[in-house]
Design a binder for this molecule. Structure first.
Ligand code: SAM
Ligand code: SF4
Length: 360
């Protein structure tokens, strides 16, 4: 069993009629998803596959077992689920994985989800990708309404890139970044996980690459999600260390930009590029958390670093086409969103799910 909590779908049969009425009378434009701590949930990250063409050392173990296909949500189920969230007031969606662009017919999915902007509260549709499939998909995605794209890049050295991703080709990813720039997304951001002794000598080079290409860049602290083959406490590199290295080279102004995410941003003087830090260890961002995640198999995770969850796939499959039932379950799930996570890099792994299942 994955989570501590699961929904008893039978209970919902009992008060289905009442719920129908409650949901239909809620017509304001604000998110109806408010947790016990008064935080309004307006952001959903959806993992559409746990599979990937890379095997990044901090994300996956050398030997990975992927989910049997029947356990995955179908593309139709994903659209249905995201529609429910956006009708409840969710304004921002991020499609992630695994590598979302290796899922078959992902372009169809993005078209369907992009169309939700016309009929629901959805304002922004974003993607996190390793970039390898962007030469094939970038234009189609932009045409379907994809707004922003985050592309992971941990090294600019060909051999090191292969070492860190185990199977990735740097040239393919650089071509993907080029294709994304040409496709005309609102903004492109690089995501970089800095690991001590592995790529911490490239902190500046990666920032310069971002500046030269008019991109933003976020440095992410490694999180203890899933078993991997190295010691995370030895490779862990704090955002404070990265920031100090960058401040030695650039003039950084703290920015008030808030993208609705946990990043803290700095503007680089004389450049349009911003530098962000995602620091779940050194700077806890739980107080302002506005997000939830949905795993590949339809489990709603209320916190990245905790196991509190609800099985939405069970509800979708038990009540096919009943969007009000699904919405009510989502509203109820707000009662189990925990106050925060308590990552400890020394105890590994804290959470047995890999990021590829959770959706980073
Ligand atoms: N495959 C896509 C990619 O790599 O961008 C999307 C999924 S990946 C899980 C999303 C993000 O999570 C990537 O930027 C990756 O660097 C980051 N990530 C994966 N495992 C991580 C970990 N253990 N700690 C911190 N970041 C991690
Ligand atoms: Fe794949 Fe992204 Fe995980 Fe790397 S970080 S293994 S690209 S899912």
């Amino acid at each position: 069993m994955f989570g501590r909590f699961s929904i008893d779908a039978a209970r919902y049969e009992f008060d289905k009629r009442l719920n129908w009425r409650i949901i239909n009378t809620m017509t304001d434009n604000f998110s109806q998803l408010i947790d016990r701590f008064g935080r309004r949930v307006t952001y959903v990250r959806m993992s559409i596959t746990d599979r990937c063409d890379f095997r990044c050392v901090y994300c996956m173990d050398e030997e990975m077992h992927f989910m049997p296909r029947e356990r995955l949500l179908t593309l139709e189920e994903i659209v249905f689920l995201l529609r429910a969230f956006c009708e409840l007031g969710v304004e921002k969606l991020r499609i992630t994985g695994g590598e979302p662009l290796v899922r078959r017919n992902v372009d169809w999915l993005i078209e369907q989800v992009g169309a939700l902007k016309r009929s629901t509260a959805l304002k922004e549709l974003n993607l996190t990708t390793n970039g390898s499939q962007l030469p094939k998909y970038a234009k189609k995605l932009a045409a379907a309404g994809m707004d922003r794209v985050n592309i992971s890049l941990d090294s600019l050295k060909k051999d090191r890139f292969r070492e860190l991703t185990r199977t990735g080709e740097l040239t393919q990813v650089l071509a993907g970044i080029g294709a994304a720039k040409q496709a005309g997304f609102k903004r492109i951001k690089l995501n970089t996980v800095i690991m001590k002794g592995r790529n911490d000598d490239e902190i500046i080079d990666l920032a310069e690459f971002a500046i030269d290409n008019d991109l933003d860049i976020s440095y992410i602290e490694e999180m203890p999600l899933g078993h991997v083959s190295h010691s995370r406490s030895e490779s862990f590199c704090s955002s404070d260390f990265v920031l100090a290295a960058l401040q030695n080279r650039f003039d950084l102004q703290s920015s008030i930009v808030n993208t609705g995410g946990p990043s803290r941003y700095y503007q680089i003087t004389g450049s349009s590029s911003k530098i962000g830090f995602i620091s779940p260890h050194s700077h806890n961002f739980c107080d302002s958390c506005n997000r939830v995640r949905v795993t590949t198999e339809g489990r709603l995770l209320l916190c990245l670093g905790q196991e509190h969850s609800m099985d939405l796939r069970a509800i979708i499959r038990q009540y096919p086409g009943d969007i009000n039932m699904l919405k009510q379950a989502i509203i109820e799930s707000m009662n189990i969103k925990p106050k925060g996570h308590d990552f400890d890099i020394k105890a590994q792994p804290v959470i047995f799910r890999h990021m590829s299942v959770t959706g980073g």
